[in-house]
Design a binder for this molecule. Structure first.
Ligand code: COA
Length: 558
């Protein structure tokens, strides 16, 4: 079928549906929901047999839904209606939630139901539930709904429903004197990553994000107890929580201590070392060990890796490499493995060009430390999505195991034509060939785990459920392999041979020469693209690589 995806943006869920529907043999094109007349034009050009709306912020115009079947993906159970579906479900700590695919009509979310899927609702952030459970359920429900287009006897059912109110800041507000930690966390989780909870810190209005529990510290409710790295700890009625990110009025989302330098004057509540804390607390870099394997997690908000995060992680990796292990698994974070350099901290710097330079050097130092690791085999366990430099950083390990369902965006082009670094010029050609490397770098579309493995870019794809357990088992097997020492010797020999042909420093210098031009040269594309990205600017057109119906050689079907 010819399927048009009409969407507010090409977000992770939309990317996944695009890949799944394309893999099923459908012809898929995308149009951003910018204006009714623009969508109508897209429909005229593409002549879709079906329209699917994975992520909309407003209703589809009657001119379209009255003439075409339009399926809306609603992140709520059957009968649920309204725009704050997930927010209320998380806030009310419901045990189960779901996704419904319904037909667009005049009343929002009230049309007949084509398919639905449910899932147990974790106590987690809205964005995390959206990226994992909602996305998986949406794939199941949309696939079922699309298949039902071919069932002549299928009649979508109209179900009674109830619209809940939009969740407003007055519903979200935290009462620091009376709310206990569980309530504060539920309120913050229901608002993360958008719109956050409006509050006041250091006398300034701001929105709070990125909450972490704290099990030990306590203090006068509402008081600020201290800081650790970039987060601050605030007392609740019965304990405390950590706030990792804030968005000051008129600003962009930033690590809390960067947005509020006064936080540095709070007492420092440092953690000793990298071992995972036995009690809940803020710990972005955590290490665990089992069966000869070291597991290094880096739970960096949104997968963005600032200069200081890269440096701290490089130190942690260097420390992990001194442990008596045979394998180090780099786990990344639960939602993202890595999305490369931190565009928000760069934007906030006095000189974004200098900060970009520092950040790319810091992430290259990390990649180099991984590449030069001699005593262990290294594994990237990519359980969360990865983008840009994050995809290539993962490739710096000896083995990349990726969870089925993960969305990869291994390209830099969308960020103002960045050349990219992280040793991609060294890492890619032996695995995918010179032409393959060029194709990957030119490609602007997302890549599935299956595609990455088929190309030879990554090494193995593991099923979604049980990924963490599977990774631990495979890593333990690797560590216990009878030939592990021979494998390590071969790794050292290969690195030495490669170094003799062309040193890593030469690859790095060549890549960074191009990046220097991106950061400091005449063409401001990267700075403009970054500004729009961090400001979450609304799209004013759909990029050509997504809107196939706008290709110059597109022929509108009869
Ligand atoms: N730096 C800072 N923030 C980043 C980031 C980065 N490198 N990558 C993603 N984010 C943030 C987004 O701003 C967004 O923030 P929000 O909490 O305000 O919503 C959040 O992460 C999710 O990103 P989003 O773009 O909505 O997710 P997606 O699943 O639709 O797309 C990517 C994923 C990776 C394709 C997209 O985020 C991207 O292009 N990131 C930039 C990658 C990049 O160019 N890195 C620099 C070069 S190495």
């Amino acid at each position: 079928m010819r399927i048009l995806l009409v969407t507010h943006s090409f977000n992770g869920l939309c990317q996944r549906l695009f890949c799944e529907l394309t893999a099923l043999g459908h012809e898929v094109s995308i149009e951003f929901d910018i204006a009714d007349s623009v969508t109508e034009e897209a429909v005229r050009l593409f002549q879709p047999e079906l329209i699917v709306a994975p992520f909309l912020k407003r209703a589809i115009t009657e001119a379209i839904w009255s003439r075409h079947t339009c399926l809306i993906v609603h992140p709520g159970i059957v009968g649920d209606r309204g725009p704050s579906a997930l927010d209320w479900a998380i806030r009310n700590a419901l045990g189960e939630w779901g996704v419904t695919v319904l037909q667009a009509e005049a009343e929002m979310d009230a049309g007949p139901v084509w398919a639905a899927a449910t899932f147990p609702l974790r106590a987690a952030r809205k964005a995390s539930i959206y990226r994992h459970e909602v996305t998986e359920a949406a794939v199941r429900a949309v696939t079922a709904a699309v298949n039902r287009q071919f069932e002549p006897n299928f009649k979508p059912e109209r179900v009674p429903g109830e619209a809940h109110a939009t969740m407003r800041q007055s519903d979200r507000g935290i009462d620091w004197q009376h709310d206990d930690s569980a309530t504060v966390l539920a309120k913050l989780n229901a608002a993360d990553g958008f719109p956050g909870v409006a509050d006041v810190l250091f006398g300034e209005p701001c929105h709070l994000f990125d909450a972490w529990p704290e099990a030990i510290f306590k203090g006068a409710p509402g008081s600020l107890l201290g800081h650790r790295e970039t987060a601050i700890c605030r007392a609740t009625a019965d304990g405390a929580v950590w706030i990792g990110h804030v968005k000051a009025a008129g600003g962009i989302k930033l690590p809390t201590t960067l947005a509020f330098p006064a936080a540095a004057e709070l007492p420092e509540l440092a953690l000793a070392g990298y071992w995972k804390s036995p009690t809940p607390t803020w710990q972005d870099i955590a290490y665990e060990e089992a069966a000869g394997v070291g597991f290094l997690s880096f739970e960096f908000y949104n997968g963005a890796m600032s200069t200081s995060q890269c440096r701290r992680l490089t130190e942690a990796f260097a420390w992990a490499a001194t442990r008596p292990t045979k394998v180090i698994v780099l786990r990344g974070g639960s939602d993202f493995w890595s999305n490369g350099i931190h565009l928000n901290t760069i934007e906030a710097a006095e000189s974004p060009a200098d900060e970009s330079w520092a950040n790319i050097n810091a992430i290259d130092d990390l990649a180099e430390a991984i590449l030069r690791c001699e005593r262990q085999l290294t594994v990237a366990a990519v359980g969360g999505n990865a983008g840009a430099g994050g995809c290539f950083l993962a490739r710096a390990t000896d083995f990349v195991w990726v969870r089925d369902g993960v969305m990869l965006n291994p390209h830099y082009k969308n960020m103002g034509n960045l050349y990219g670094s992280e040793f991609w010029t060294y890492l890619l050609p032996p695995r995918v060939g010179a032409a393959g490397a060029e194709t990957i770098m030119r490609h602007r579309l997302p890549m599935t785990a299956a595609e990455a493995v088929k190309l030879g870019f990554y090494d193995a794809r593991l099923p979604g459920p049980g990924f963490t357990v599977d990774v631990a088992r495979r890593a333990a097997e690797l560590a216990a392999a009878p030939d592990i020492d021979a494998q390590l010797a071969a790794k050292r020999a290969k690195r030495a041979a490669d170094e003799a042909v062309k040193p890593l420093s030469a690859y790095r210098d060549e890549e960074l020469k191009e990046m220097r031009r991106n950061f400091y040269g005449f063409d401001p594309s990267y700075h403009v693209a970054r500004y729009h990205f961090v400001s979450r600017s609304a799209h004013s057109w759909t990029p050509r690589h997504l809107a196939r119906h706008r290709d110059l050689d597109w022929k509108t079907p009869e």
